[in-house]
Design a protein around this ligand. Structure first.
Ligand code: NAP
Length: 436
């Protein structure tokens, strides 16, 4: 029997389990270990709460989770309750599917002022991640600056801009829903250090900004390149840039009944965050593009008022002691998913934080092919029996998939009207909800 441990129960973890099941049939035992008592990682804590159709992919993972040879081993922290070395001694293959939950940091003066949040923290707050449920975003000010021109920046701007009515069918957690009800936001500035042709925003997500009840996007026509240049873009980007052109053409009369403006500030790189004890503004340097399409400062600066700053500039995988790591790229050092004998990585932990949920599927299947090559029929390791003995000896309170299903039922039962669930945001509450 092949014994495989997957660390992380997000999309990369479940696609890997699905692939292993398909390839090895009944001749594999797969343990999906997660430090939280609830599964699905990025689907639960990263995907925007108003994007329920994307979250529906968890039903596919549930099918995998419910099969006989797959276990969810929740509430078990690798590095605390069990080490990588121990797992490597117990399993034929250990797969790191730990995602990239940490923010890339914005290394400028003032980035540590109160009122500056990374997207992991801010998104984690409105998605009810236990690590971030207690942060206290500054929502009583009028001006929010969002750094970055990717899809996460769009998520953050949209959630800040939506009315409670628009969030009604989302699973945004209660504390965020309540806080947004009284938020004073009037302007969300999206800072892009490059131009409209260099955005990392996809058309579906960008298009949503044009259909908000009380908010309206603003693009300065002067920032747009000549229209003929759009022909050189790949089709997705061309659609996104076409949307920016539409935003630039929105007449002032249309803005009159909108109380929030989402302002695209292109060619604008943050150089300093200023404020007396808390963030009050962002000093920005005008940029231009060099021949390689990188941004370079022009020396011209200006200050944008800011009551809160959210940096959405990408993520990184947290390093694990003893596991080779590529610091520049924020991921494990690996060759096509192989890190060292018996140790593999998939998804963002392998590639860095790019691509959609679906990109993780081929990743999972590819790593399982490597595992099949490397471990053959398996080497008679103890696998899950050994893990259970170890965790029991250490008094770890393991949460199973059946337990999760009870937690999920409780969350569904607690949902406000119209919403699919009210998530527990405290680990102890999650564990308590599984009952006796
Ligand atoms: P991203 O797509 O890599 O975008 C990061 C943005 O931050 C870029 O605009 C980048 O500009 C900018 N940036 C980086 N360092 C900066 C700095 N020091 N100063 C100013 N700007 C800086 O990352 P993301 O938005 O976190 O998204 C991560 C992945 O998740 C992406 O693949 C994204 O498509 C995906 N995602 C998808 C969805 C969806 O499909 N609905 C939703 C959310 C996220 P440069 O280009 O100049 O580096």
């Amino acid at each position: 029997m092949r014994q495989i441990a997957i660390i992380g129960s997000g999309p990369a973890g479940y696609y890997t389990a699905e692939a292993a099941q398909k390839l090895f049939g009944a001749d594999v035992a797969i343990d999906i270990i997660d430090r939280l008592p609830v599964p699905y990682g990025l689907i639960r804590f990263g995907v925007a709460p108003d994007h329920q159709s994307i979250k529906a992919v968890s039903r596919r993972y549930e099918k995998v989770a419910l099969s006989d040879n797959v276990r969810f081993v929740g509430n078990v922290s690798v590095g605390e309750h069990v080490s990588i070395e121990e797992l490597l001694g117990l399993y034929d293959a250990v797969v790191l599917a730990t995602g990239a939950p940490h923010d890339r940091t914005l290394d400028i003066d003032g980035a540590d002022l109160p009122g500056v949040f990374g997207s992991a923290a801010f998104v984690g707050w409105y998605n009810g991640h236990p690590d971030f449920a207690g942060i206290d975003p500054v929502l009583d000010g009028t001006d929010v600056v969002v750094v970055g021109n990717g899809n996460v920046a769009l998520d953050v701007a949209r959630i800040l801009a939506k009315t409670l009515d628009e969030l009604g069918e989302s699973d945004i957690v209660r504390h965020a829903y309540d806080a947004l009800e009284t938020a004073a936001t009037e302007r969300v500035t999206l800072l892009g250090r490059r131009g409209p042709h260099q955005i990392a925003m996809t058309p579906k997500e960008l298009g949503e900004l044009g259909r908000l009840e009380r908010a309206c996007p603003r693009v300065d026509p002067a920032d747009l390149p000549e229209e003929e240049a759009d022909a050189l873009l790949e089709p997705g980007m061309r659609k996104s840039v076409t949307l920016l052109r539409e935003f630039a053409a929105i007449p002032e009369s249309h803005r009159a009944d909108k109380c929030i403006e989402i302002d695209f500030d292109f060619f604008a790189s943050p150089v300093r965050i200023v404020g007396d004890g808390k963030v009050e503004g962002v000093v920005v340097e005008r940029t231009e593009l060099d021949a390689d399409m990188r941004s370079r400062g022009t020396g011209e600066t200006y200050t944008i008022p800011a009551s809160m700053v959210v940096t959405c500039i990408g993520y990184q995988t947290p390093p694990i002691d003893g596991v080779p790591y590529e610091h520049g790229r924020g991921r494990f050092a690996n060759e096509d998913g192989r890190i060292m004998p018996h140790l593999y990585c998939v998804g963002w932990a392998k590639r860095g934080p790019t691509g959609t949920i679906g990109t993780n599927r081929p990743d999972g299947y590819a790593v399982v092919d490597l595992i099949a090559e490397d471990i053959g029929e398996g080497q008679g390791r103890k696998g899950r029996v050994g893990l259970d003995a170890l965790l029991e000896a250490r008094g770890v309170d393991v949460v199973s998939f059946r337990d999760w299903q009870k937690i999920e039922q409780a969350e569904i039962g607690n949902a406000r009207e119209g919403s699919p669930r009210e998530k527990f945001v405290v680990i102890e509450d999650m564990i308590a909800a599984r009952g006796a």
